[in-house]
Design a protein around this ligand. Sequence first.
Ligand code: SAH
Ligand code: SF4
Ligand code: F3S
Length: 438
Amino acid sequence: MQSKNLYIATFGCQMNVNDSERIVTMLQELGYRTTEHLREGDLVLFNTCTVRGGAEDKVHQHLANLKSLKKKRPGTLIGIAGCVAQQEGDRLLADYPWLDLVVGTHNLHLLPEMVREAEAGRRRSETDFLENDTRLDLFPAIAGYRKVSAFVTVMQGCDNFCSYCIVPYVRGREISRRFDEILREVRELASQGVREVVLLGQNVNSYGMKGEGEPPFSELVREVARVPEVARIRFVTSHPKDMSPELIACFGDIPKLCGALHLPAQSGNNRILAAMNRGYSRERYLETVRALRAVRPDIKFTGDMIVGFPAETEAEFEETLSLMEEVRYFDLFSFVYSPRPGTKAAELADDLSKEVKLERLDRLQKLQSIHSRVHNESYTGTIQQVLVEGPAKREGQVMGRCDSGRIVNLAGSPELIGCLVNVRIVEGYANSLLGELL
Ligand code: SAH
Ligand code: SF4
Ligand code: F3S
């Protein structure tokens, strides 16, 4: 089979990263090998995100720019996958005549067939939601894995309908994958050398809650921990309202479960949380944080915050800052509220000026950078277990992560890849740590 080049650009969350990995696997069977260079692509795919207006605008810019590529190399096939594909559907084929295929978030298993048709000159768009749970198994796991850390999708979609969020509309209803199917994939990855498993979903901790008859998420974590080759477990993203006592207990008695949790609060003010439809109060969020610290004192929290939600007052925003002071996040992803079509919040007047929103974002980020720096500096002189993942950017060094997920660079040879090693941290930088092997 003649080898062809696939250029794939991935935007958005880990779901998209994981989907892109699976796309690469599926298209290998059609003879496609990945290239880093857009100009070399025989097939150019954009796996897209629409969570904020800026992300969506970027996709349209890229699509407009591809017109000249198609003119220069008419044989190049161009496709759009992911959440913008799901949101816009057929319209994209009409708006961009140089586009060959549009594949939505439930239809990735159709991609090989669609690419073959595109090669034969037929344009196609597939963005219907599938109603049943078979789709999670329609779609191959990642074959021939050569990584130390791997994602394993456990559920997809979201039923929470936070008032600002477009994800439920572009990923569809919440569906949990079958328990035994997940474990089969974990065991297979482990047998191929994977040492860290990251359980993945829009809302992993509501796994099994929707009446599919699967055991709860805490049981899944316990079963994955029983796979001997698996040294570390992480999961993302958890919803604060679904942090059950059973799942909290896992952090106390499963050493393989890393002491790091992404637990997005979105705001520290109760009126805003209610308007966001988040399903918890500031007090309950902080109780959950305390309960987790009680069973795992060194647990590190990361989170997401939105500033400038409609009608957010200065006093309400300051409660977000005070929540940050209480939690002391390790890292925080912060965003200016962006109205999204079809969501409840988009009907509210987006009444704050751009200046006010940006000023709040700036204050929040300055506070967070202090907290992150204090966390990083506190590592200096400590001994950390590091799972070595691969070569570092600097020659003669390898990179890995400590339990918290922080990147550690250290002098060492590639034989260390896949090993858990003890490392003394000699310096903490803004985004990484420097260590030496013990
Ligand atoms: N399922 C995950 C991820 C959702 S999207 C979760 O619930 O946490 C990632 C983050 O984008 C959200 O946590 C939120 O902080 C942010 N986000 C989502 N919609 C947004 C919007 N309309 N404007 C600004 N930020 C938004
Ligand atoms: Fe969006 Fe809320 Fe679902 Fe997260 S939980 S994906 S923020 S609707
Ligand atoms: Fe973006 Fe879709 Fe993820 S909108 S954040 S890529 S689910």
